[in-house]
Design a protein. Structure first.
Length: 453
């Protein structure tokens, strides 16, 4: 047992602190390729315990790295400087679901998909839908401001935060916002903590906005002979006044991998999937209009009406990641985002990089948001600091920034994108970030070693 943490462990109920090698190893990494062992893992059961742990670590200057499901894609929860991993997984209760107020109050370790199902059973809807929703937590989603396919119509996690309870670096517990759907009292601190990747405070409770559950869905999978036709279809749908709940695109390289792994995968060169939700008559009408709009340019149209047949189309979309993984190559999944009108230029950039560096690049994602997952398919055994990959990423990110885009639309900066933070943020913007960090965490104990120092 780490001697400096022993006095703290003794003050807390048995089992809160774990020091065994298996637990340390299980809490050392996420879905990215880096890992580092902590000295201890703490599993607090309530806010008071989080506060006690932080107050102690603050006094002793011991690093604390918050951890949810450990499904981040950028090494955000890797305890780079050791110290304590604060796992929120045992704080996993849905405290309240209120139909009349349209909200849920949850602990941070609630798995997102569990909450979505629980509110759905009551006729309510929690829209944020990261593809990791069966394993990632609400706390992790808040700390990364996670999004998903539904962002086009419904927005990101931030848009569903009414209230937050946060434990600050010195153990102080602060509540922001509350149960109202509007609140103009003071600065938007909820927005500040949302997306702060565990570097400003630990989210210990959240009050989430819920919507009425849309009763019906329809969807359309449209295949095209070329990527420009698919990109044009995205614009056509939106220009016609349709607002799909999701609008996805996939490139030829992704579809080639999909055909090897997914039974019934589309034969076209490129595809889009549009989904509509709402009242039965409305989703039927939206689907009919989308079919009319895309019939002249699509090589094949597969419409779906109702949840069951929509899910059949989404099964294909959800299979893309696994199909790429099945190639056996190392998938470096970037989540760059460009202004929506420049998607085709982004695809041209990735095609150029593919040719120049002779590396397969498969791109697909949320066309409606301009957020495309650009997957560099690196040779087996590629490590995080591989210089060849760094060069390609450097060129990709420079190109994305030149298009007016951002280096991360979903996953955050964490460790993975830290080398490009100085390129992605102006000196003034970096300075403001440092000022905020110093004000809230002057001893830099929260998730140290990441891009905010
Ligand atoms: C297969 C797969 C698909 C994915 N799809 C998507 C997607 O569609 N959209 C998307 O946005 N992301 C996606 N991701 C990325 C990832 O799932 C999200 O970033 C998710 O929000 C991480 O949640 P988590 O609970 O696993 O957090 P962790 O990985 O445990 O932590 C992530 C960050 O949040 C901090 N943190 C965790 N809990 C707290 C807390 N209570 N208080 C303060 N800080 C905290 C950590 O310190 C870390 O910096 C995907 C990942 C995988 C593996």
């Amino acid at each position: 047992m780490s001697s400096r943490l022993r006095p703290l462990a003794r003050q807390l109920p048995a089992g809160v602190f774990r020091f065994d090698p298996a637990t340390l190893a299980a809490n050392s990494g996420d879905a990215w390729m880096a890992s580092a062992l902590p000295e201890a893992v703490a599993f607090p059961r309530n806010t008071a315990q989080i506060s006690k742990i932080l107050a102690f670590c603050h006094r002793k200057k011991i690093p604390v790295t918050a951890r949810g499901g450990g499904r981040g894609y950028v090494g955000g929860c890797v305890p780079l400087k050791g110290g304590v991993v604060l796992s929120l997984l045992r704080m996993n209760r849905v405290l309240e679901i209120s139909r009349s107020d349209g909200l849920a109050v949850v602990q941070p370790g609630v798995i997102t998909g569990f909450l979505a199902s629980a509110v759905s059973r009551k006729g309510l809807f929690y829209p944020p839908d990261p593809a990791s929703l069966k394993e990632s937590t609400i706390g992790g989603n808040i700390a990364t401001n996670a999004g998903g396919p539904r962002c086009l119509k419904y927005g990101v996690t931030r848009n569903y935060l009414l209230g937050l309870e946060v434990v600050l670096a010195d153990g102080t517990v602060v509540r922001f916002g509350g149960r109202t759907h509007k609140n103009r009292t003071g600065l938007d601190f909820i927005g500040l903590f949302c997306g702060s990747e565990g570097m400003l405070g630990v989210v210990s409770e959240a009050t989430l906005r819920l919507l009425p559950r849309p009763p019906d869905r329809s969807a359309l999978l449209a295949e095209f002979r070329s990527l420009p036709q698919a990109a044009a279809a995205v614009q056509k749908i939106l220009a016609a006044g349709l607002l799909p709940s999701a609008l996805e695109i996939a490139d030829p390289s992704t579809l080639a991998a999909a055909r090897k792994a997914i039974p019934g995968a589309p034969r076209g060169d490129s595809l889009i999937i549009a989904e509509f939700d709402g009242q039965p008559a409305a989703v039927k009408a939206d689907l009919a209009l989308a079919l009319r709009l895309l019939r002249p340019s699509a090589s094949r149209l597969s419409p779906a009406l109702g949840t069951h047949s929509c899910e059949r189309l989404w099964k294909i979309r959800r299979g893309f990641s696994y199909a790429l993984r099945d190639t056996g190559l190392v998938k470096l999944n970037e989540d760059v985002t460009v202004p929506r009108g420049r998607i085709l230029e982004l695809f041209r950039l990735t095609a150029r990089l593919q040719k120049k560096y002779r590396i397969p690049i498969s791109s697909f994602g949320h066309a409606g948001d301009g957020n495309i997952h650009v997957n560099l398919m690196a040779p087996r055994g590629t490590q995080q600091d591989d210089p060849a990959m760094r060069r390609i990423l450097d060129e990709l990110f420079s190109g994305v920034l030149a298009l007016g885009g951002v280096i991360s639309g979903e996953h955050g900066i964490g460790m993975a994108k830290s080398p490009w933070w100085p390129k992605a943020a102006s000196p003034d913007l970096q300075k403001i970030h440092r000022l905020v960090k110093r004000a809230l965490d002057p001893l830099a104990i929260l998730n140290p070693g990441k891009y905010l120092r």
